[in-house]
Ligand binder design. Structure first.
Ligand code: CP
Length: 308
């Protein structure tokens, strides 16, 4: 399909092709002259109905570095604030003939719905608790550059898995690429059907982290917990917050990831988050630009019938 809505739009082969393309962009982004004209004359619209720092900024930078024209809209500054619906907003933008619409929305399935209503390519920048496919791609790029190959790595995804689109996309993509994925968290924050995701499930940090090569921490996604019993942050940190003591049982050379935004002292200790060797958190942000350049360039080339 000419959209990127889910990691299931990829297979291991196309994921590797996207990673190779992204890897090439990393060198460009680390140099002094960062611009290309691969998307000259193309228009990218960022439409974010939920807050974002990393995803929104990196899509904008990625599109600009590829030579595209970009506009970024937030609902507070658009006619959504006057009651316009998601579909009407998309139809309005579609009438201006953009080439790619990058959408974040609180409803699972929102990006898929829009893709059926517009003539341009749609990229899912996070839909509810469903998927965040470009996050999974940038995480995979980060791991590829750190470890060479994710095949055979044991990755523990820890914390609020139940409300996490990052977890769902990462489980699917990491498993597709041959990693062993564990889910670690309190029973209230790991979905009841998680054993059907093809992962081992642990309700104890020590057991879940034992021998892991990678620990991926998630924040408590309070915005998706309306009406639920929310744990106190102090109690949560005691049992589920990652610190040096809990990390001792992981494999030698363990690396720690977090998609951000982080809540320091809740799901992760600053001592770990800021460790220049163990923490890959800033590398993840850096890789976000290259991964999103690969997605935008890939969709552009595909629309022009030039592969990917
Ligand atoms: N990881 C992530 O999606 O961060 P933002 O919410 O800042 O975009």
């Amino acid at each position: 399909r000419d959209h990127f809505l889910s990691v299931t739009d990829l297979n291991a082969q196309t994921a590797r092709e996207l990673l190779d393309l992204a890897d090439g962009f990393v060198e460009l982004n680390q140099g002094s002259a960062k611009s290309l004209d691969l998307m000259a004359g193309r228009t990218v619209v960022n439409l974010f109905f939920e807050n974002s720092t990393r995803t929104s900024a990196s899509f904008e930078i990625a599109a600009r570095r590829l030579g595209a024209d970009v506009i970024s809209l937030s609902p507070r500054a658009s006619s959504v604030a006057k009651g316009e619906t998601l579909i009407d907003t998309a139809a309005t933008l579609n009438a201006m003939k953009p080439d790619i619409l990058v959408v974040r929305h609180s409803a699972s399935g929102a990006a898929d719905l829009l893709s059926q209503k517009v003539g341009c390519a749609v990229v899912n920048a996070g839909d509810g608790r469903h998927e965040h496919p470009t996050q999974a791609l940038l995480d995979l790029l980060t791991l590829k550059r750190e470890f060479g190959d994710v095949g055979g790595l044991t990755v523990a995804i820890c914390g609020d898995v139940a409300h996490s689109r990052v977890a769902r996309s990462n489980v699917a993509l990491l498993s597709m690429m041959g990693a062993r994925v564990r889910l670690v968290g309190p029973p209230t924050l790991v979905p009841g059907d998680a054993d059907r995701w093809g992962c081992e499930v642990f309700h104890d940090m020590r057991q879940g982290l034992e021998g892991c090569d990678v620990v991926m921490m998630l924040r408590l996604q309070l915005e998706r917990m309306q009406g639920a019993l929310v744990p106190s942050t102090r109690e949560y940190y005691r049992f589920w917050g990652l610190d040096r003591e809990k990390l001792k049982v992981a494999a030698p050379g363990v690396r720690v990831m977090h998609p951000g935004p982080m809540n320091r002292g809740v799901e992760i200790d600053s001592d770990i988050a800021d460790d220049p060797v163990i923490s890959l958190i800033q590398t993840q942000v850096e890789m976000g630009v290259s991964a999103r350049m690969a997605v935008l360039a890939g969709l552009s080339l595909r629309r022009e019938g030039a592969g990917l």
